[in-house]
Design a protein around this ligand. Structure first.
Ligand SMILES: Cc1cc2nc3c(=O)[nH]c(=O)nc-3n(C[C@H](O)[C@H](O)[C@H](O)COP(=O)(O)OP(=O)(O)OC[C@H]3O[C@@H](n4cnc5c(N)ncnc54)[C@H](O)[C@@H]3O)c2cc1C
Length: 448
């Protein structure tokens, strides 16, 4: 058995590792990546001599995939949880506490929005259950249309956008309700009489369990463990340029004949590779748009008087260049004792990729100035690291779940072919781990 995994991000690495576990030592597994290193958007760099993640830095800890994977590869002692501080939202030139008990920023009560939105908006939220709601079961619209219509634009821009910006580098206007808020869509489908009611039904019960988890020495340790345990041959700095059916399975340029293929590349690349093999699926995938972002990590003097919060999210329309600040040394206890304080500053959002073209020096200056604005503290970086993520995050636009269902049913009957990646069933690392796992199981089940 010769299997090619195209794309060595977390989705592809998990697929390669699982294929080894399922197929044993005899399988010949190749991982091909166009970049010089594997890991894709998971990238641990050095800041002031210490490891720091410049792509993903956390994962949803209430999902089981990442903790389970860490245990499997012997890295359970690397699992860390946040210190428990709350983030702030920067809106109208003021830092507000992030509202509690919301569903991705969509409130369950007007009270939770007090201070963040004006009196008219509070009234609108409070009276929402009295206005008739028209929702067609199975429908999908962008989150802005739903939330702004029912609760007012300020709720969408000040409460929902900062959170959706953190997940998708998008906004309520670029993301569909069904993909981003599946439990809310289900409550609406079930006939909830108001958005307030639907949020109340969809909210998970209150829990003290940490929402997020992280990896003490950065994602690099997981990437290395997966690469080593996959026993795969890695070919880097080499893009896959063509996929075609071959005599015994597939032909992948430039690696040649293989029995099976896992495509773990971003949606536009997957669309190109599927062009002749599955044209309908390719056309559907080509319609997925992506956002670009830039991450600037700053090392600050340890005694910089940063607020006692995990981060500061920025509402839509604020005159800042940065979109979010993670106060990493406050957020994570394991980073608190380092010699310098670490802050991650994010730039760029769907529809605004201009920060990609700014110089490193300009990005670091903008990061320090904007951080100083939102904290009121003079910021003097001792060191900085800049990482650009062009087309890093798929936008789950309205209709995304139907689009993916159509793609998956077109691919499923094709022997020896599976898809994995962040554009399928969630952009977060746990969803990527699940998609790599599912792809490996599909290949193993259909190849023996
Ligand atoms: C700045 C940022 C912060 C994030 N933070 C978090 C977070 O805190 N928590 C979380 O859960 N998620 C986070 N995410 C999302 C998450 O990191 C990604 O969705 C996930 O890592 C994507 O993994 P992937 O393997 O599907 O894709 P990628 O990591 O994009 O990997 C795809 C791989 O395919 C390769 N490739 C592309 N074209 C070709 C080709 N033609 N031939 C061969 N190889 C090719 C690429 O080089 C790449 O290595 C963040 C994303 C970004 C951009």
């Amino acid at each position: 058995m010769r299997i090619a995994v195209i794309g060595g991000g977390i989705s592809g690495l998990v697929a390669a590792y699982r294929l080894r576990m399922l197929l044993g030592a005899a399988a010949d597994i190749l991982v091909l990546d166009r970049a010089e290193r594997v890991g894709g958007i998971l990238y641990t760099a050095e800041l002031a001599g210490e490891p720091l993640d410049l792509g993903a830095e956390a994962f949803v800890g209430r999902r089981p995939e990442v903790p389970q994977l860490l245990r499997e590869v012997g890295l359970e002692t690397q699992l860390v949880t946040p210190a428990g501080l709350r983030p702030l939202v920067w809106s109208d030139g003021v830092a507000h506490p992030l509202p509690e008990r919301t569903l991705m920023g969509v409130p369950s009560t007007a009270e939770s929005m007090r201070g963040l939105v004006d009196a008219a908006t509070l009234e609108r939220i409070a009276t929402e259950p009295r206005r008739p709601l028209a929702w067609e079961p199975g429908a999908d619209i962008d989150v802005y249309r739903l939330v702004a219509d029912r609760f007012g634009a300020q709720v969408a821009e000040r409460s929902v956008d900062p959170l959706l910006g953190g997940v998708y580098a998008g906004s309520s206007r670029s993301i569909g309700v069904r993909a981003a808020l599946p439990t809310l869509a289900a409550a609406l489908d079930d006939g909830a009489p108001s958005l307030t009611h639907a949020v109340a039904v969809a909210l998970p019960p209150p829990s003290d369990a940490p929402v997020f988890g992280g990896i003490r020495d950065g994602y690099q340790v997981l990437l290395e463990a997966l690469a080593a345990r996959s026993g795969a041959k890695f070919i880097t700095a080499e893009p896959a340029t063509r996929l075609a059916r071959g005599q015994r399975g597939w032909v992948v340029d430039p690696i040649g004949a293989v029995d099976s293929v896992v495509l773990a590349t971003p949606a536009p690349v997957t669309a190109r590779l599927l062009g002749t093999v599955a044209p309908d699926a390719a056309a559907a995938l080509a319609g997925i748009e992506l956002s670009s972002s830039v991450l600037v990590a700053l090392a600050l003097p340890r005694d910089t008087a940063l607020p006692q919060n995990s981060g500061i999210l920025v509402a839509t329309g604020e005159p800042l260049r940065a979109k979010a600040f993670t106060l990493s040394s406050r957020k994570w206890t394991h980073l608190a004792h380092r010699e310098t304080a670490a802050v991650r500053v994010s730039f760029g959002k769907f529809g605004d990729a201009t920060p990609l073209s700014w110089s490193d020096a300009d990005l670091v200056t903008a990061a320090a100035e904007d951080l100083s604005t939102v904290t009121g503290v003079p910021i003097e970086p001792l060191a900085a690291a800049v990482q650009r993520w062009p087309n890093g995050l798929a936008q789950y636009a309205p209709g995304h779940t139907d689009r993916i269902a159509a793609v998956e049913s077109a691919i499923a009957p094709i022997p020896g072919l599976a898809l994995a990646g962040a554009y399928l069933h969630g952009v977060g690392v746990p969803a990527c781990v699940a998609s790599g796992t599912a792809a490996a199981h599909h290949i193993a089940a259909t190849s023996t």
